[in-house]
Design a protein around this ligand. Structure first.
Ligand code: SAH
Length: 430
């Protein structure tokens, strides 16, 4: 979501202020930091970066420093007390107002421009259409979250769930396809909570969006992220019959213990999660499943943690993101007594990561020898004679090939698995 927001920020500055991007901070008129506050570590990085930028501003006082995103939303004006050199503070829902804030600083006698409000859908009405040409394009369909899981800061920093209009989304998808996108990744904090009405006023959800977008010429693959188990409808499960819906499902669960899930206010049980996966696997037996896990939630006993490991062993994940619980300001869980030592937490994280790594490796090993349909996304970072892309089940693969292949779906035979990435041989255009 932040990558998407940063792209949108760039578009706004280009279109409204005719700014151009530079990778050299010394050369910039505006230094912009888009931030994440999901865990404390991400938040701390912000202040380290601002410290480095202060030195640049000391030598070039006219340079503007802007901080956006969820840390800005959470901290508001108080960012100034730790980083006085900051001129502009904006939230995830006010990125379209940046040009106005910059003008305020120069025209009015404003010292710091702050706007971390939630004007919701307004943002999408004012953001210019991107002219970015990429084989895989992000498309935001909803934002914010009204789930209020006890550990999570998102509802407070991005605001409550709000949906973009159905026809606006379809129009943007068509626009992206004319700009060369072959794959669309539907984005939102809870994409499967998406609710709107179609042209005739009929209610529509995520599955309808996927179906409509899969009929747009040129769009051959659709992904979505992130979904929540409680909004996983039968319609969405049935949509897995649609061959354009990618063959991986990222569905965060956080814990394999019902007790911890209820403490987290996730509002579903482990059995309900398993039932979703069972139904999806009935349609797509070979789907790659991934999830998010939090270890060391306040009150997580060894027994509860063991339940998470058992759950992972039973379900078999092709990938997962796992984190040590990080108390976030203003969340209910931050008030809970945390009895676990850092050592216990990091040991648990390691054990969980090792288990997932083994499962992930065996998923990849099973792919060796098979032919996969790959969307070529660019030249490999390590070797200029190679290109890389993603398989339908979201694994990255590198192979020798011409850059002419970028933006095309190609068949690639998987030859071997080298630390974390797959390598293969180009066969033909798919
Ligand atoms: N909307 C998704 C989660 C998005 S945040 C959902 O509700 O499932 C991405 C992941 O960050 C979460 O799934 C969770 O595993 C992790 N996360 C969120 N808050 C956290 C916290 N306070 N400490 C540690 N991990 C956290």
């Amino acid at each position: 979501m932040n990558v998407y927001d940063s792209d949108k920020l760039t578009d706004v500055l280009k279109v409204n202020l005719k700014m151009v991007e530079t990778n050299d901070p010394q050369d910039a008129d505006l230094l912009l930091l888009n931030t994440c506050s999901i865990r404390e570590k991400a938040q701390e990085k912000v202040f380290h970066q601002l410290g480095r930028w202060k030195k640049i501003k000391d030598n070039k006082p006219d340079i503007l420093i802007a901080v956006g995103g969820c840390v800005a939303s959470q901290e508001g004006k108080s960012i100034k007390s730790r980083a006085p050199s900051v001129d502009i503070i904006f939230g995830p829902q006010t990125i379209h107002r940046i040009p106005k804030m910059i003008k305020e600083l120069s025209l009015l006698d404003v010292k710091t421009a702050v706007d971390v409000s939630f004007p919701e859908i307004e943002k999408f009405d004012y953001l210019p259409t991107s002219d970015k040409k990429a084989p895989s394009a992000y498309l935001s369909i909803m934002e914010g979250c009204s789930k209020y899981c006890t550990f999570c800061v998102v509802p407070y920093t991005r605001g409550e769930e709000f949906n973009r209009r159905f026809d606006d989304i379809i129009n943007e998808a068509m626009q992206l396809s004319t700009q060369g996108a072959r794959e669309i990744v539907l984005l939102g904090q809870n994409v499967n909570a998406y609710k709107s009405n179609d042209y005739d006023g009929n209610p529509v959800g995520l599955s309808d969006l996927i179906r409509y977008i899969s009929h747009i010429d040129g769009i051959d693959r659709i992904r979505y992220t992130t979904s929540h188990p409680i909004d996983f409808s039968q319609d969405l499960i049935s949509e897995y019959k649609n061959p354009k819906l990618a063959n991986n499902l990222h569905l965060p669960i956080q814990s394999g213990s019902d007790l911890i899930l209820s403490k987290m206010k996730r509002k579903h049980t482990v059995l309900e999660y398993k039932s979703i996966i069972r139904k999806v696997r009935e349609i797509r037996p070979d789907i790659h499943l991934s999830s998010d896990f939090i270890v060391g939630y306040p009150g997580e006993s060894n027994y509860e943690f063991q339940k998470t490991l058992d759950f992972i062993s039973e379900l078999n994940f092709s990938d997962a993101y796992s984190f040590i619980y990080s108390p976030r300001p203003g969340t209910p869980a931050a008030q809970e007594f945390d009895s676990l030592s850092d050592k216990v937490k990091s040991d648990r994280l390691k054990e969980l990561k090792d288990l997932i790594k083994n499962q992930s490796l065996s998923y990849s090993e099973k792919m060796v020898g098979k032919t996969e349909r790959v969307l070529v996304e660019g030249v490999s970072l390590k070797r200029s004679t190679e290109v890389f892309g993603r398989t339908d089940n979201n694994k990255v693969i590198n192979f020798s090939g011409d850059r002419e292949l970028i933006s095309k779906f190609v068949d690639v035979r998987i030859d071997e698995m080298r630390t974390n990435t797959l390598h293969g041989t180009y066969l033909n255009i798919s």
